[in-house]
Write a protein of this length. Sequence first.
Length: 171
Amino acid sequence: MKPLETTVEEVLRKAIQSEVETRVYYQLLAERTTDDAVRRRMLELSDGELVHRAKLERKYREMVGSPPPAPEPVRIELPPDVADLTLRRALKHALERERDSESYFRHMAERIPPPTELGKLFVELGEMEWKHKTDLQGEYDRTAGSGDPERGEQPEHDHQHEDAAGPESPA
């Protein structure tokens, strides 16, 4: 594997940018639902990204010795089929986003010796994203009572769309 050529400054800059992008992603998910509860939850997650960003900016100042640069403009487009989101579907999208972030930082941590400052930083960032992912996974699981999207398990049946007579019986 090619040696990793990066700096603490670059890693933290990318991590901060990722939090900015994830905040916008959650805001876009909030726009793709007609359910007020789902919209509120996505906006809560979006606000949580501000806290994550602030922590990373503080770490940047501590480790680099100067304020971080302003983030780059964010350009995220959701596919057209990401529409009329239920809480479960919105959480699934959020969970996938956090899972991708965790995977990235853990992969980078494997490429750097752990006793180095950079290696420790990647491990810490991976653990932070793991916590976000784990919290969302618990919430996702509670929306259906069971089912793990990582294993391709299907959500429980959506009783909201059955007619008043109940589920159709097999013929």
